[in-house]
Design a protein. Structure first.
Length: 391
């Protein structure tokens, strides 16, 4: 449950900015293109430092890394609520992203260490569900808190994260490295098996494309709903509930869907459906249809992301922490670029439809690269993901 809650607060903080963008843009007096950096600064910090956080933490006590990361995350998130201008907000968001880069990988790496083999899959599923629930409940709750004051959700997340750090101090045992630090390979050498593998490069590129497209669509969802349907922050939060519920449902059903079909069919059919949905969504005139469409999109993404995670982890099971770091960095780099692209497209083309087309193109590229890399199995018996989430 502790790991579930840690991933819940990190997930909530990651996506909280989206429904707040119209309010913060007006408060700080920044353009639409610049507003996306309030989300991009967080993911940029996480993307850059995730590359070193995982390999470094392999040589340290994971409990200490988790405690320091979670405490810094709590402080930097609280500081966001005190930001008086655009650039201080971006700085605090960047620091929160850096802290998250050191915290989240410890959760994925700690579970195989602390749980017996028979319970690892279930524990990983519970932790992954924290991310889905953060969209279903965390972001809408944050939106409701922001309806009275935009600072309240940042303070709430920060204080709750600090309490989790206190609980972790007493509840989580030490997890010291099994090898001596002086015989461990350098950070760069840990990435060599992935960088020299064509299949690995293709899989990570496909993973980048899927996050690039989906993050671009999500970054300005709140602004589009405010412009298109004149929704308030609280009302936009209610719409996001459907995203989280769909994601949660999809993640719970993922193993069964993949087993019934296979990796190739699940990926192909799922991607084609959400590509069509994203392209058509900007032309929808009913907010109820938008809720249904996003429920469907995120239910399918909830099925596909565990599959992608399994594909990444199957590349080289002996360097789990390094794969986790590179996957987290890839995801956040794509989210940073996606938020920037979304702001530019929304401003230049004065609407959400260009973002829908951009997302569709990114997802189509992801599907093509997944297929061409040869990582997808066409046999149902190999379809279940074997190891834990990495992002």
């Amino acid at each position: 449950m502790l790991f579930f809650l840690i991933m819940f607060v990190i997930g909530t903080d990651t996506f909280l900015i989206s429904p707040l963008i119209p309010t913060l843009q007006s408060r700080f007096g920044v353009s639409t293109e610049m507003a996306g950096w309030m989300m991009g600064a967080y993911t940029l910090g996480s993307a850059v430092f995730a590359l070193i956080a995982g390999p470094l933490s392999d040589g340290w006590d994971r409990k200490k890394v988790m405690l320091v990361g979670l405490t810094c995350f709590a402080i930097s998130t609280c500081l966001c609520g005190f930001a008086v201008d655009f650039w201080p907000m971006c700085l605090f968001r960047f620091l929160a992203g850096v802290s998250a880069a050191f915290t989240a990988p410890q959760v994925w790496a700690a579970i195989p260490t602390l749980f017996p083999p028979a319970k690892i899959s279930k524990a990983l599923g519970v932790a992954y569900a924290g991310l889905a629930v953060s969209q279903a409940l965390g972001v809408p709750i944050g939106s409701l808190l922001a309806a009275s004051n935009w600072s309240h959700p940042f303070w709430a997340i920060g204080i709750f994260s600090l309490l989790l750090a206190v609980v972790a101090f007493f509840a989580v045992p030490s997890m010291k490295p099994h090898q001596l630090q002086d015989i461990k390979p350098s950070i760069l050498k840990r990435y060599v098996p992935l960088l020299t593998s064509g299949k690995a490069r293709g899989t990570f590129l496909a993973y980048f494309f899927v996050h690039l497209g989906s993050s671009a669509a999500f970054a300005f969802l709140g602004k589009w709903m405010a412009d298109r349907f004149h929704l308030s922050i609280a009302e936009a939060g209610y719409v996001i509930i459907f995203l989280g519920l769909g994601n949660l449902l999809g993640s719970l059903c993922s193993p069964y869907v993949i087993k019934a079909l296979n990796q190739f069919r699940t990926m192909t059919v799922g991607m084609l459906i959400i590509i069509a949905a994203y392209i058509l969504l900007p032309y929808v005139s009913s907010v109820f249809v938008v809720k249904g469409a996003y429920f469907l999109i995120f239910a399918i993404l909830g099925i596909l992301f565990p599959l992608m995670v399994g594909l990444l982890n199957s590349l080289n099971p002996t360097i789990r922490g390094t794969i986790s770091s590179l996957a987290t960095s890839t995801m956040n780099a794509a989210t940073t670029l996606g938020a920037w692209m979304a702001g530019m497209l929304y401003s230049v083309f004065n609407g959400y439809y260009a973002i829908g087309i951009f997302t569709g193109i990114c997802l189509a590229c992801s599907l093509l690269v997944f297929i061409s890399s040869g990582v997808l199995s066409t046999h149902a018996k190999k379809a279940e993901p074997k190891t834990e989430p990495v992002a």
